[in-house]
Design a protein around this ligand. Structure first.
Ligand SMILES: O=C(NCC(=O)N1CCC[C@H]1C(=O)O)OCc1ccccc1
Length: 725
């Protein structure tokens, strides 16, 4: 590697905040303004540095070409039905964005309904949410640009694919739900930002407050939408409106953060549907009834028979259960399917009139059952392989259900299950085939690693078949660990290319903070116990070394967003344990994250530095505040340095704003490199800052391929591994 010329970034030593009496310097505070000339210059210099290093990464072209060719295979979503039409999304292989198709029957000719690829020449406009009216006459859909969370809602008439004039702006974190009379739909929006700034939506860091629920009348201007609900006393709260499957009720869900808890109000739509227009003049809101008015649990809608509602809930059931309540007499809630001892009840879909298809997560693998909707009694097990169900599509009135399945070595299978036969059979409806992929060359294992406190942490290990455990294998360990999110088996072209052509052993650690074992698992990796996530991840890494898969200088860790925090915290705490670290769009400034866009919603997992006790949790692991020179820590650390590190971010990431990665990058380059004469830190600390890109959702295919080629060729170079043909 050439001797690295790190840019020298200005340090403003005058910026010191006092948190509950504790002074904390923030010399790179100026990096928080994306529009400042100095920040743009800082980014340009980092991009130049990154490019100079990528030139030395020999496997970059091979990786890009091989990932691209393996990725070039047809992909489909599960079809779903509205009226008598089927809809599904499909990508022929390398299209920037998936395309939405419609057909009059499963065997009928399918035609393109909406092709987002035509909406921008570089594929950076993506389809985000969508909802089809009950009579399948209209499609309401939201588009996002450059990966921003901001979307614009549009409407298309399905029969002639004409785009209607409706255009709804300043929509974010919104579902779309039609009233069954087809006159319009409910959605959520924020106030338009103050005029004046020529806003490139998604590059701003302004906090998102005062979301509200509106109803849009088809064919009218957004200014005519009626205000259904808002709560000015609680500006951080977010709201979601959902029409019940019979069209008779409107459910209003309120969230105060990211915890799996919500308030649930409802309104009897059949009583007000014909007079919704009338609400335009009145300035009061819809007459909601408060069914649940506390933040104790989730109540995911499953079905209703008139006022008898069935919900999936974690109320007094961290692994979830199915309950029933008559919302008109909400005194008595009845268990339909009690909480399982071991497995997490993840989803419940009403089907075939009186049945419910439920999916469980059992030691991070999926189990499917058909049960009686009324009694909860088990009717049938539906056989699936070890892996994940990543899509279930059915309606209560249908006798068929589509189930999409994937796993580490299964690109994708869409099953069609007919429930009218005595024993339901899982027929293969579509199988995704990846030319050139030979699953027999690989093997998958699941191990359980003991963490620092003895907790057993599941870990999947994907490798070439029959490797010797001689410590020689470069390994990539991936983790997330937060927000009740499960990281379950899925097919990844780019990671299989690493295993096949770089001999990489690819591992996923299901660390605490996720939802793999329910809400207790999530809580065990949150707030004051967030350190458990790092301990679990470090223990997983140490297992890979002690079991003979790899060794520290051949071990790379990778994570995104909350997983980027995980990676950055782990290299601060154990710089000796890793040879390379890849942190995507990480949350790195744990004292200030709540000030930007939707960051305030994450205090449910992290806490907030505004509170003294929580500040004391955060300051201990915040990546930005814990970069230390390893060689100065203790004597036996003389030769220790940080692993080669790449921090990745993008200019339109308004979920985790780029300032997190930019401030950490400047801090690491200063503390470890530019402030030390003849620094022992010879492993590069670099940033990959993409443009016209965001947090990840909606990223066009070529950008996904380029990012993988850059990132993994950097890893290959740093771990000293070369291409295997
Ligand atoms: O912020 C999140 N989700 C959490 C998220 O995106 N996080 C949480 C930490 C950083 C980042 C990540 O890990 O992707 O979603 C937006 C939202 C909508 C409605 C109510 C609350 C929040």
């Amino acid at each position: 590697l050439p001797v690295l010329q790190y840019p020298i970034a200005r340090r403003d030593e005058s910026v010191v905040d006092v948190y509950h009496g504790v002074p904390v310097a923030d010399p790179y505070r100026w990096l928080e303004d994306p529009d400042a000339k100095e920040v743009k210059e800082f980014v340009e210099k980092q991009v130049t540095l990154m490019e100079s290093i990528l030139k030395t990464c020999e496997t970059r072209e091979d990786l890009g070409r091989t990932i691209k060719s393996l990725f070039d295979h047809p992909r489909f979503s599960t079809p779903y039905k509205k009226e008598n039409k089927y809809f599904y999304s499909h990508n022929s292989g390398l299209q920037a964005q998936d395309v939405l198709y419609v057909q009059d029957g499963l065997e009928e000719e399918a035609e393109v309904l909406l092709d987002p690829n035509g909406l921008s020449e570089d594929g950076t406009v993506a389809l985000s949410a969508m909802s089809i009216s009950e009579d399948a006459k209209y499609l309401a859909y939201s588009l996002s640009a450059s990966g921003s969370d901001w979307v614009t809602i549009k409407v298309m008439r399905i029969d002639d694919k004409a785009t209607e004039p409706d255009c709804l702006s300043w929509v974010k974190f919104s579902s779309i739900s039609w009233t069954h009379d087809g006159k319009g739909f409910f959605y959520s929006r924020y106030p338009a930002p103050k005029e004046g700034k020529d806003l490139d939506a998604g590059t701003e860091t302004n906090i998102n407050l005062n979301q509200e629920v509106r109803y849009h009348f088809l064919g009218t201007d957004q200014s005519d939408d009626i205000l259904c609900w808002r709560d000015p006393d609680n500006p951080k709260w977010t709201f979601s409106a959902q029409v019940s499957e019979d069209g008779k009720y409107l459910l209003l869900y309120t969230h105060e953060g990211c915890d799996p808890v919500e308030k649930l109000y409802y309104c009897d739509l059949s009583a007000i549907q014909h007079e919704l227009e009338g609400y335009r003049e009145r300035n009061d809101m819809l007459p909601f009834i408060k069914l649940v008015d506390d933040f104790e649990a989730l109540y995911t809608y499953v079905a209703n028979d008139e006022s008898e509602f069935t919900f999936l809930t974690n109320k007094n059931a961290p692994k979830q259960k199915l309950i029933r309540v008559n919302i008109k007499e909400p005194g008595e809630w009845v268990d339909v399917i009690p909480e399982s001892e071991r497995d997490v009840l993840e989803s419940a879909n009403a089907v075939n009139g009186s049945q419910v298809l439920v999916s469980y997560l059992s030691d991070v693998k999926c189990v499917l059952q058909l049960r009686d909707l009324k009694t909860g009694l088990l009717l049938h097990h539906l056989p699936i392989d070890i892996g994940s169900v990543d899509g279930i599509s059915c309606r209560r009135k249908d006798k068929e259900v589509f189930i999409s399945f994937t796993s580490f070595l299964t690109p994708g299978i869409i099953y069609k299950c007919n429930l009218d036969s005595e024993v339901p059979e899982m027929k293969i409806f579509r199988e995704i085939v990846v030319p050139g992929f030979d699953r027999a060359a690989f093997e998958v294992k699941q191990v359980f690693v003991s963490s620092k406190d003895g907790t057993k942490i599941p870990m999947f290990i994907v490798s070439k078949k029959g490797i010797q455990l001689d410590g020689s294998h470069p390994s990539l360990l991936y983790g997330y660990g937060g927000f009740n999110i499960n990281i379950t088996p899925s097919f990844s072209v780019r990671r299989l290319v690493l295993t096949r052509h770089l001999g990489v052993v690819f591992c996923i650690a299901n660390i605490r903070g996720g939802g793999e074992y329910g809400e207790e698992w999530h809580k065990a990796g949150s707030l004051s116990r967030k350190q458990n996530c790092f301990d679990d991840f470090i223990a997983s890494a140490e297992y890979l070394v002690s079991a003979g898969y790899t060794q520290p200088n051949k071990l790379c860790i990778e994570g995104g967003s909350n997983g980027g925090l995980l990676v950055a915290a782990c290299i601060n705490q154990r710089p000796d344990l890793f040879g390379c670290a890849l942190a995507h769009v990480g949350v790195m400034d744990m004292l200030r994250f709540h000030k930007f866009t939707i960051g305030h919603a994450w205090t449910s997992d992290y806490g907030c530095s505004d509170k003294e006790e929580e500040f004391n949790w955060l300051i201990k692991y915040s990546p930005l505040h814990n970069v230390k020179r390893p060689w100065e820590q203790t004597d036996n650390q003389k030769s220790i340095q940080y692993p080669s590190t790449m921090l990745l971010t993008a200019d339109h990431d308004d979920r985790v704003v780029p300032l997190h990665s930019l401030k950490l990058l400047a801090t690491m380059q200063y503390v470890l490199c530019t402030s030390v004469v003849n620094s022992p830190q010879t492993n590069p600390i670099v940033g990959r800052i993409d443009s016209k890109a965001g947090h990840g959702a909606g990223r066009p295919t070529q950008k996904l391929i380029d990012e993988a080629a850059d990132m993994y060729s950097f890893m290959a170079k740093m771990l000293g591994i070369s291409w295997i043909n």
